[in-house]
Design a protein around this ligand. Structure first.
Ligand SMILES: Cc1cc2nc3c(=O)[nH]c(=O)nc-3n(C[C@H](O)[C@H](O)[C@H](O)COP(=O)(O)OP(=O)(O)OC[C@H]3O[C@@H](n4cnc5c(N)ncnc54)[C@H](O)[C@@H]3O)c2cc1C
Length: 595
């Protein structure tokens, strides 16, 4: 059986020693009182909840899965409902929500770290509330005041949960083809008819009501994505007192049998004239839904990080314990029949890859959370606008780079166990299976790469990329007098120059042939993801170098991991740069029928 201990030391390192989170938050009046002690107290309590209450559910959820009855009622695995009750009682869903609607008004930074722990503990369980937070964000941004007053307090408290209903059988990536219809009922509501598939937490027994955010078309809607509107469709329609009342005509038709996250119900949801209320303006539903999608994309990055951390921890523990063979440089544990597998360079390669990707992911998600706090609450509109641009730039990287790396990390962590990794009771194969979905939903990672290169970089002629490049340049200049930092700053500067050159080349090529974007986008995302990680790893290395003599071995470990990252993982960019430059020809020349 695997185990989990929240990595509080590393979280504190990234927040307080690298990103100066306390000072960052002090610049935002709303968070002036949020000091390190407050953050520590919340995280310690979350760590306890994650390891003691949520973590034991993970393998139960995988083995038992969800069940559906003939009426479409879904039962979650044993323990899920009770843990959710405790989650609500503990106030966890409301941490960073708006106090005007009952939230605690704490920084996104805290919420983000808490969600890392809960994801490590059990991704499938957390998903029952994970999308509620994204639904809260969407409704908060685009809902009428009446809808907000009715629904936000219950979504925030966790009494009700939320879903996002986009996908239909004929449309996943291409939402322009969706068919679900919404007919005006003559009052303030609409009747929705259609069928949605793959809806996470679409039906379950953990909360008393489920609030579906559904994309549908009005009768006179233009074709394609310009004709999509967004509706709020409650499972139970609130009565005059705002409590769950009449059952609405939205029901689960079936649940999917799938590769991973068995504890989360993935439902076909049938709408048969279900009553819904419009969120935002007619035919502008996709723009409103993008708030939810962006929040969910950042959330999926956190899922990747959560799984990476727990897989890494278990692989390290196993490698320390397992004895096989002797060290090539002489016996290390003469009292044992063999040395621990930690002595073997290849095992260390696997563990350090997991560690460098996991800690890099923690750094990027912590930084993105701080930027989100700036974007939402900083008093200076210019700072807010800059933070918004940077979060937009980072979102596809957080979603795709972390989850691609997380799949590799969980896979390598399994490999460290040898044959035992393949056996269910060790729990490692579940992490690999669970990690796979994170590369697919919320827009596949291929779509994230197109978003990065097409929309975030080329569409604004590189403005966001230059904004990030400015941060890299400032950091490199600040280190100019420090010889010890050159092993990090020289490759960082070289990669920065390569990324700007590649971006210019691709912009020119794309003018002649739009397929150049799709041909280059995935390697491009790998290269830019590494650029962001290299900058963060260089910053972490600088702090570690400064504190190396403190006597705390944590800094030794951090510096060694930074060196591993720069010498063993960053060189992937040499290959990816070459692939990104290979052009559209090699992928497009072969006629479809000749495959
Ligand atoms: C377990 C699970 C949970 C899910 N939860 C939800 C949920 O809660 N709500 C919801 O609405 N949906 C949900 N989904 C659906 C998920 O978001 C979609 O499966 C995903 O967006 C891809 O859509 P698709 O499966 O139709 O694939 P398709 O869109 O058919 O794509 C197939 C392949 O073609 C590629 N492709 C498609 N179009 C392009 C393009 N323009 N350029 C380049 N490549 C392209 C894709 O990257 C992919 O590799 C879930 C899915 C699963 C499996």
């Amino acid at each position: 059986m695997p185990s989990y201990t929240a990595p509080l030391r590393d979280m504190r390192f990234v927040m307080f020693e690298v990103l100066d989170a306390e000072q960052e938050l002090k610049a935002i009046p709303r968070f002036a009182d949020v000091d390190r002690e407050t953050i520590d107290a919340v995280l310690e309590e979350a760590a306890r909840f994650a390891s003691q209450i949520a973590f034991p559910l993970n393998s139960v959820g995988d083995i038992e899965g969800c069940k559906i009855d003939a009426d479409g009622a879904v039962t979650t695995p044993p323990g899920f409902k009770e843990a959710y009750r405790q989650f609500v009682e503990g106030g966890w869903p409301s941490l960073s929500c708006d106090p005007d609607y009952g939230g605690q008004g704490l920084p996104v930074l805290i919420n983000n770290r808490v969600y890392e722990m809960f994801n490590s503990a059990s991704q499938a369980w957390l998903m029952y509330s994970g999308l509620s937070h994204s639904a809260y964000e969407c409704l908060h941004a685009s809902g009428s005041e009446q809808l907000k007053r009715l629904y936000l307090p219950k979504l925030i408290s966790g009494q009700w949960t939320g879903t996002m209903c986009l996908t239909e059988a004929q449309c996943g990536t291409d939402l322009g083809m969706l068919k679900t219809r919404a007919e005006p009922r003559g009052d303030d509501s609409f009747a929705l008819t259609g069928s949605k598939i793959f809806i996470s937490s679409g039906e379950h027994d953990v909360s008393e009501n489920i609030i579906h955010l559904v994309l549908a078309r009005l009768p006179d809607a233009p074709a394609g994505t310009r004709g999509i509107s967004l509706f709020l469709v409650p499972k139970f329609i609130p009565d005059a007192n705002g409590e769950a009342g009449e059952r609405n005509a939205i029901k689960a038709g079936s649940i999917e049998h799938k590769m991973g996250i068995h504890g989360n119900a993935t439902c076909v949801m049938n709408l048969d004239g279900a009553r819904g209320w419009m969120v935002g303006e007619p035919n502008k539903g996709l723009a409103a839904m993008f708030v939810m999608m962006n929040s969910a994309r950042l959330g999926v990055g956190m899922q990747g990080l959560g799984l990476s951390e727990v897989a890494l921890q278990n692989a390290v523990a196993y490698a320390r314990d397992r004895v096989q063979g002797r060290s090539a440089t002489g016996v290390k544990q003469p009292d044992k029949p063999a040395d621990s597998i930690m002595v073997h360079p290849d095992v260390r390669r696997m563990l350090l890859t997991c560690k460098a990707y996991t800690e890099g992911a923690r750094a990027i998600t912590t930084w993105t959370a701080l930027l989100t706090d700036r974007e939402k609450d900083h008093p200076d509109p210019k700072v807010r606008a800059e933070a918004e641009e940077m979060v937009a730039f980072l979102t596809p990287i957080v979603k795709a780079f972390i989850t691609d790396n997380a799949f590799e990390t969980t896979n390598l962590a399994l490999q460290v166990f040898g044959g035992h990794g393949f056996i269910r009771e060790w729990g490692m194969e579940q992490y690999v299976r669970d990690a796979r979905i994170n590369m697919i939903y919320e827009g596949t990672n291929g779509i994230q790469a197109l978003d990065l290169l097409g929309r975030k970089v080329l569409h604004d002629e590189g403005a966001k990329l230059r904004q990030f490049g400015q941060l890299v340049s400032e950091f490199i200049s600040a280190q100019s007098g420090r010889a010890q930092m050159q092993e990090f700053t020289v490759p960082l500067a070289e990669l920065g120059a390569q990324v700007s050159q590649l971006s210019t080349e691709l912009a020119l090529k794309a003018r002649a042939n739009p397929d150049e974007i799709g041909a280059a986008s995935v390697p491009y995302l790998r290269v830019v993801g590494h650029l962001v990680y290299a900058w963060l790893w260089a910053r972490m290395a600088r702090v570690a170098l400064d504190r190396l003599d403190s006597g705390d071995d944590f800094y030794k470990s951090k510096l060694a991991t930074a060196r591993f990252y720069f010498s063993r993982l960053l060189p992937e960019t040499v290959y990816q740069l070459q692939v990104a430059r290979a052009g559209a020809g090699p992928v497009m020349d072969l006629e479809a029928e000749l495959f």
